[in-house]
Write a protein that binds this ligand. Structure first.
Ligand code: AMP
Ligand code: MN
Ligand code: MN
Ligand code: MN
Length: 296
């Protein structure tokens, strides 16, 4: 069976495998086309370019941009752009700065609830945790502290290590969801901006996991329409664990708005077996145009 996975994460953002480990896992699981789409960074791709792993996977460049639309945080996956594009660094730098400011804001909000800690201490601890995770890499994938893209999962891991909660889910529920941590959306560019950046890089702009935004059908339709009119190319129709009814609904939107279809597991961590690299239905619903057909 041929398997195509166009959404996955490494330790360059909030994944737990380094780029070579992810590649090897994908190889073992018969993935033949893999896009690594870390949050707001392409560091894994630069690394793999210099440390080509053994195998025959077709690697697609990718990034998952955090953006906002109508009060919601929307993720735009950019695929198949050139790592040598002269404007790529501008995009990554802008998103990195936003993410860094946002992380300081999260640290400040957490410090109000944890009297033993101040914001700078929390930020340092969380960053150290992310760097430590990279130092476990058996393949030498170690970024400088200012290159690691810190997000809420890194805060969650620190809260767990401090015995403030038992698992990621509890950390998000108790400390990190949007109602607890303030307006995290304010830090990100608009969705239309994210789409134009991907287009400017010559990439394919994909609306990530549209089923995850917890919107009414009316609002989701409005989102997809705005995405299309902003110049978006495709949307993710299926992932690792999506209910059949949702896949069919996304397929209908794809046809209605003449968007291409993408698919990806959104793999982060081998400890969650129901979301694994390459764990996808064997084919797309009928009458859809797969994004990968345009890359031949
Ligand atoms: P951030 O990039 O800081 O907005 O963090 C969002 C990331 O947190 C997502 O990409 C997921 O990987 C992860 N995430 C979101 N909600 C949860 C949750 N309830 N439990 C565990 N991880 C989560
Ligand atoms: Mn993530
Ligand atoms: Mn996402
Ligand atoms: Mn993702």
């Amino acid at each position: 069976m041929i398997s195509i996975d166009l959404h996955s994460h490494t330790t360059a953002s909030d994944g737990t495998l380094d780029p070579v480990e992810l590649y090897d896992r994908a190889q073992e699981r018969n993935v033949h086309t893999l896009a690594i789409t870390d949050h707001d960074t392409v560091a894994a791709h630069y690394f793999l370019r210099d440390h080509t792993p053994e195998g025959n996977i077709r690697l697609i460049t990718g990034i998952e941009l955090s953006t906002t639309w109508s009060g919601a945080e929307i993720h735009i996956v950019g695929l198949n752009f050139s790592l040598d594009h002269q404007d790529l660094n501008m995009v990554v730098k802008a998103q990195g700065e936003s993410r860094r400011k946002r992380s300081h804001h999260i640290a400040e909000r957490l410090a109000r609830r944890l009297p033993d800690w101040n914001a700078d201490q929390i930020f340092q601890k969380v960053l150290e945790g992310a760097v430590e995770q990279q130092q476990n890499s058996s393949h030498g994938f170690i970024l400088k502290p200012d290159e690691v893209q810190i997000g809420r999962p890194h805060f969650a891991r620190w809260l767990i290590s401090e015995d403030r909660c038992n698992d990621m889910d509890a950390a998000f529920r108790k400390y990190l969801d949007n109602s607890k941590i303030g307006n995290l959306k304010a830090f990100w560019p608009r969705m239309s901006q994210g789409v134009s950046w991907i287009r400017a890089l010559g990439g394919t702009a994909v609306l990530a996991h549209p089923g995850k935004y917890r919107m009414t059908a009316t609002k989701l339709r409005a989102l997809i329409k705005d995405f299309k009119l902003a110049g978006g190319h495709a949307m993710e129709v299926q992932g690792s664990n999506h209910p059949h009814s949702q896949v069919e609904q996304m397929a209908r939107y794809c046809r209605e708005f003449n968007l291409m279809a993408s698919q990806g597991s959104d793999f982060h961590n081998p400890n969650y077996p129901w979301v694994d690299v390459g764990r996808l239905p064997p084919s797309l619903p009928e009458n859809l145009k797969p994004v990968w057909d345009t890359w031949k």
